[in-house]
Every structure is written in C-alpha cells, then in structure tokens.
Design a protein around this ligand. Structure first.
Ligand code: SAM
Length: 304
C-alpha cells in the first residue's frame, strides 16, 4: 500500500494501517465504525455532496456520501433485496414502480428481476448523476442495469419530481441517503404526503428509516408516527447490515389499504426460483423481518 495515496479527512492511520471511520456526533455519539482501507478509488465533491469510494480490506468497494457509508460490495444485497422485494411482493400487480434516490442502482438491479413478472415500468429519480456514473465504474455488480432499456432514469430532485409528477405508481421505494445533506426532507410528514399523492389505490411505499433501533428508538417511533398521519397502514421491518450503524437497518412500509397485511408476501416464488433470484430475501425472511425483539416491538404499535 502506498501511504501517499491514502489521504482523506475521514481516514486515519492506526497500528500501521489506514482506517475509514464513520462518525456522527448527532446520530451515534460515542462510537465510530471503521473499515480498513486498501486504496482510495475516488474522492470528489459533486454539486450535492462529498463522494468517497474506497477499496476496503474485507468489505469490497465502499461508497460513502457525506462521510456516511451507503453500501459495500460485501453486504449490499441484504438492504437492496429487503427494500425492493418486501414492497413488490406485498402488491398484487406492481406494474409501475418509482425509485427516489437509489444512485448506486442496487434497487434497480433487484427490480429488473420482476420485469415481466408483474413489473412493467421502472423509473428512478436520482438528484446526483455523479453517483450513478461512479457506481457504474466502481460498483459494477450493483449498477449493472443503470443503462437497461426498460429503466427510465431521471436526474432530478425527488421532491421536485413528486410535486410536478402526474403519474400514479403502484410501488414507490425511497432509497435515500441519511438526513444530512440533500435527503433531509425525506424524513418529514410533508414527504409522506407527496408519496401519497403519487400512489395508485392500494399502492405500497417503502423507505429506509435511517435511525437505528438500538441508538435512536424514540426518533424511529416519531418517524413511524408521522407516517401514520398520512397512511392508515404502516409497519416497520429490519435487516442485518454489518456495514450500517450498529449492524441494523430498518425500513418503513406503508399503504392506504387497511386490509393488506404488509407482513406477509401476497405473492411468492417457487423455492428453486427463490434460490436463483435472491441471496437475502425469501417469503420467510419477509415475514421474519417484521418480528421485533420484545423491547422494540411497540414500534409497530405506536399511535399517531
Ligand atoms: N442504501 C443507501 C443508504 O441507506 O444509505 C442509500 C443509497 S443511494 C446511494 C442514496 C441516494 O439518494 C444518493 O445517491 C443521493 O444522491 C440520493 N438523493 C439524496 N437526496 C435526493 C433527492 N432530494 N432527490 C433524489 N435523490 C436524492
């Protein structure tokens, strides 16, 4: 390793090695998550955010926006599969799907699996085209369908798109970055209202919840509660993600359809097909993701 190559404010030298450290005094004070760095592949400031991509020793290539890990090649599939298939398999016929954010294109990769299996159109609205271009270069397995002929990629602010949009979507997946930077507004009731306006009857929305159940359970409950101001049927589910804060990430799933049981897939694949398609998701994982440990179970019971 050439030490001259490893120079970045979030990378420190420790015990003769270089470590990327993720820190946030606001979201996770008193703790830092570190990954050993092999090589910095890219660092720049786009119009919207600081972008760092490095090759790690054990997690493959890592995308970092504004100092926060967005994905690593080792564990990205857990998040991408749960956020995509939980929503898609909860809908009877998810013809038109919208992704807000999602610049690494991992969700698009998962949605392509459903083309001609219920999904007809895929639209992704990402604010920062640099994230897409760099993901195509450094995270090719994730971004392999960034130029798929049936994927419509729109470079725009997700809020502006939703305010101006006239189409209705059956599933809307918010694959945003954390509330620091251009994604702050995603975690407010006004955003749930925009989603609601763009949703077809019986449509399903899903979003990453950003807050960690171990660290910020009260904030998480506030988020679930504000989504319940807009949607009648809201559930929280979670996945294991070693590279996200404290190893866990939660998703909020919501619909106006009160008779829909979001915790059960409405449609399932045959076992051999499921094995071919997925590494993390299965019909059983779908159900299990909503089962919370006793101390956290009331997240799914909070009132508005
Ligand atoms: N899976 C990741 C996570 O949970 O950390 C998120 C991945 S994806 C890279 C997040 C994307 O949201 C980024 O590419 C960012 O540019 C995009 N984004 C942030 N604010 C946005 C906005 N207002 N409109 C559209 N995309 C936005």
């Amino acid at each position: 390793m050439d030490p001259k190559k490893i120079s970045h404010p979030a990378i420190v030298e420790l015990d003769g090695a270089y470590w990327f450290q993720e820190k946030s005094e606001e979201s996770f004070p008193g703790q830092r998550f570190c990954l050993e760095v092999d090589e910095i592949l890219h660092h720049s400031h786009s119009e919207f955010q600081d972008i760092l991509i490095f090759k790690s020793k054990t997690f493959g290539n890592v995308l970092v926006l504004n100092g926060i890990i967005q994905c690593t090649e080792k564990d990205e599939f857990a998040y991408q599969e749960l956020i995509t298939h939980t929503a898609i398999m909860s809908h009877e016929k998810p013809s038109n799907v919208l992704v807000i954010g999602g610049g690494d294109c991992g969700v698009v990769r998962e949605l392509v699996k459903h083309l001609d299996r219920g999904v007809d159109t895929i639209t992704m609205v990402e604010i920062d085209d640099m994230v897409i271009k760099l993901s195509a270069q450094y995270l090719p397995h994730m971004a392999k369908f960034h130029d798929h002929p049936r994927v419509n990629i729109v470079i725009d602010d997700g809020f502006k798109f939703l305010r101006e949009n006239k189409s209705k979507f059956d599933v809307i997946i918010t694959d945003s970055s954390d509330p620091e930077g251009p994604a702050e507004e995603f975690f407010r009731t006004s955003y749930f209202e925009l989603l609601s306006n763009a949703l077809s009857p019986n449509g399903v929305v899903i979003m990453q919840s950003s807050e960690n159940v171990w660290l910020n359970i009260d904030k998480l409950k506030e988020l679930v509660s504000s989504s319940r101001h807009v949607f009648e049927n809201v559930k929280y589910c979670q996945c294991y993600m070693p590279s996200y804060t404290s190893g866990q990430l939660g998703l909020i799933v919501a619909t106006h359809n009160t008779s829909l049981n979001l915790t059960q897939p409405l449609r399932t694949f045959a076992a051999d097909e499921e094995k071919k398609l997925f590494q993390y998701y299965s019909a059983s994982v779908h159900q299990a993701a909503f089962v919370l440990p006793r101390w956290a179970a009331d997240i799914n019971e909070v009132d508005t």
